[in-house]
Design a binder for this molecule. Sequence first.
Ligand code: ZN
Length: 443
Amino acid sequence: MFRIIALALALALCVRASPAQEVNRDPDSASGPRMVVVRAEWLIDGTADKPRRGMEIVIRGNRIVDVRPTNSRPSPAGADVIELGGATVLPGLIDTHTHIYLQGEDPAAGGYDVQLLKSPASYRAARAMVSARRALEQGFTSIRDMETEGAGYGDVGIKQAINDGIIPGPRMWVSTVSISSTGGYPLEGYAPEITVPKGSQLIDGPVEARKAAREQLDKGADWIKVYMTHRSWVDAQGALISQPTLTLEELKAIVDEAHGWNRKVACHAYNGVGLQRALDGGCDSIEHGLEITDAQIAQMLKQGTWYVPTLQVYYTDWDPADTDSGKRDRKRVAVHGVSFSKALHAGVKMAFGTDVGGFKWSEPIAEEFLREVEFGMTPMQAIQSATSRAAELLGKRGEIGVIAIGAYADVIAVAGDPLADVRALKAVQFVMKDGTVFKKNPL
Ligand SMILES: [Zn+2]
């Protein structure tokens, strides 16, 4: 049976022209898949330091086959021409830390717990589909979704439905269930006699850790998500403290297993012992990284560790200032911006992430760009964090996050100049994903 499938696959690959063949032939050749030309006054290509004026993007099927001065050659015969006037075109944006299975639930309305305790899996999947659509509407043509929060392997099915063209949504890299330790993830605070669902797979010991990683990889995880810290508070000296979860041995088992599958490990880590274990254990990306010491920054540089800060989410839903949780909320923000600036100036590899789902999907994902600029990125650096840099984190350099020959035709446009004001990115008016126009408002 397996051999028959392999033979069929080989035949299918023979008859379909490979993307490389599509790219290498004359971009204006009339034969082959449908062609589209996108024209706008300004082009930000995701890698170059400066925008270019008066360029057109030539697309065949789902790939970019040329980027050239407008009207430098006649339009290919039969091509659709999309005129975007004075707009700025950019590569489709990439958010490398999302949760389509979270909805920024109001704590007063039951918050996180209600989703796990009262919502049928189908209801959560329906909402996740809407979240995925919201990402695409806002110009995010790729996301790395950082676990389903008690919804099991639901992200695998959403990704498949998007890839099969059943529902609209971004390209997805999914991390399924995630891994933490006993006492290292909600639901919490219920009677000890009852068993409640947990938003993560809880393990103890390197054997269980490796087994959890194997299960998740086997069932479709593109990345493994690990929680290296959990509770956090402010101590008597005013320092932010976070509870470490996995031991170094547990983490090393997971990283070793994932790397053996050619997959990567994203580690939620706030600061302190847990963050240090995340680095010593070989995490590929540090998520949040609220407070990173100079020595840890040096270690990240040495190891090539990615940093995915999530600034904006911590500015929402603060508890009252005189409560323990309220003090923690304020301290998180106070240290995060400092760490972001230090890492940026040291040259740590940084990618755009938001934790959207932690806040409502109805709020603009692009708000994070404003925080990135506030803490030291130029608007171009901020854009690149969500384009070419994020693509590099995902191992897709040159394929997404860039407008260049050979890349997927993920193209967005905004009115105005996002380099003068990154708020322009909050109003994406045109979205093409994989060569297909998803959204086109008047520009
Ligand atoms: Zn998250």
